[in-house]
Write a protein that binds this ligand. Structure first.
Ligand code: G3H
Ligand code: ZN
Length: 307
């Protein structure tokens, strides 16, 4: 299928109370692992390009790989900019064929975040592209953050409503207890805060960043209360490297790098599959690439059958 916009996918997630996996990829094998898992699980999927991926692969390769990946599967694939740094970069991505944008002005003063987000939303909406923005701050483990800092950086529900009204943004990344790049699942989300934000902006899909470090049951609870997009990066990188390490031992005598890298790809695919099932997005896409009706899904589940 050609790439699709994240807008209708996230709206459907909001209606049906599941979340779309938004997976970061830096190379061909990671991209392949993600779309293969999505295809097998009949799940819509967002492939997102981070600032690191743009530096590593270059914009043309990063975007081109995802476009090719989308063309070989029959589930909806979105090409999304992750943590876009400024107006110009968003315009470059729009021009490069991205089907979903993000501006992360969370470290900027509130008024500046509003002004730049609004400007990007205006140009993106002119060509029907949706925009994600961030309010509150999802912090980084590399900054050695304390629990108090994480709490202080959380999104304010009233401000979230004002922000969405002022900017017209399509989805909102919220800070609700996760921290980017954690290597073990220990964090718990502030679910009452997610509920309060959702109550203020019930029609805006909420986005969870930094999900790799969040306990699975907490992610599921967040999804039940308005989280519609879950970003995953570190867990995939860990799996990729672990697979390669095993391959380097198993194929120590081989001169073929594909053997080890292939095990990395297999490992990423299994993690993506696990996340898709956790997010409730498995089986929501039919063989034509459209959404299965909720009624049909219910019947399938009841019969214990996978259509
Ligand atoms: O934007 C990307 C994500 O928030 C990934 O976070 O590396 O902690 O899974 P993570
Ligand atoms: Zn993030």
């Amino acid at each position: 299928m050609p790439l699709v916009s994240s807008k209708p996918i996230l709206e459907e997630a909001l209606r049906q109370h599941f979340a779309v996996g938004a997976f970061n990829a830096n190379n061909m094998e990671q991209v392949q692992a993600i779309v293969e898992a999505a295809q097998e699980e009949r799940a819509p999927v967002i492939l997102q390009v981070s600032q690191g991926a743009i530096r590593y692969a270059g914009m043309a390769f990063a975007a081109g790989l995802v476009k090719i990946a989308a063309s070989v599967v029959s589930v909806p694939v979105v090409l999304h900019l992750d943590h876009g740094t400024d107006f110009d970069q968003n315009v470059r991505c729009l021009y490069a064929g991205f089907t979903s944008l993000m501006y992360d002005g969370s470290k900027k003063p509130y008024e500046q975040n509003v002004a730049t987000t609004k400007k990007i939303v205006e140009i993106a909406h002119a060509v029907d592209l949706p925009v994600e923005a961030e309010l509150g701050q999802v912090l980084q483990t590399s900054d050695r953050v304390t629990y108090e800092q994480v709490c202080a950086a959380m999104t304010d529900p009233q401000q979230a409503r004002e922000f969405v009204e002022l900017t017209g943004v399509d989805s909102l990344a919220i800070a609700c207890g996760s921290v980017h790049a954690m290597t073990s699942r220990e964090a718990e989300l502030d679910v009452p805060r997610i509920k309060a934000i959702h109550a203020q902006i019930p029609n805006t899909p909420l986005v969870l960043h930094g999900s790799s470090g969040v306990k699975h049951e907490s992610v599921a609870e967040g999804i039940a209360h308005g989280i519609c997009k879950v970003n995953v990066a570190t867990a995939l990188n860990q799996a990729f490297l672990e697979g390669i390490r095993q391959g380097l031992v198993q194929f120590a005598e081989s001169t073929d790098p594909r053997k080890s890298i292939g095990l990395g790809r297999d490992a990423v695919k299994e993690i993506v599959r696990e996340k898709i099932r956790l997010f409730g997005s498995a089986g929501v896409i039919d063989s034509t690439g459209g959404f299965v009706s909720p009624k049909k899904q219910y019947r399938s589940a009841e019969l214990g059958a996978v259509e």
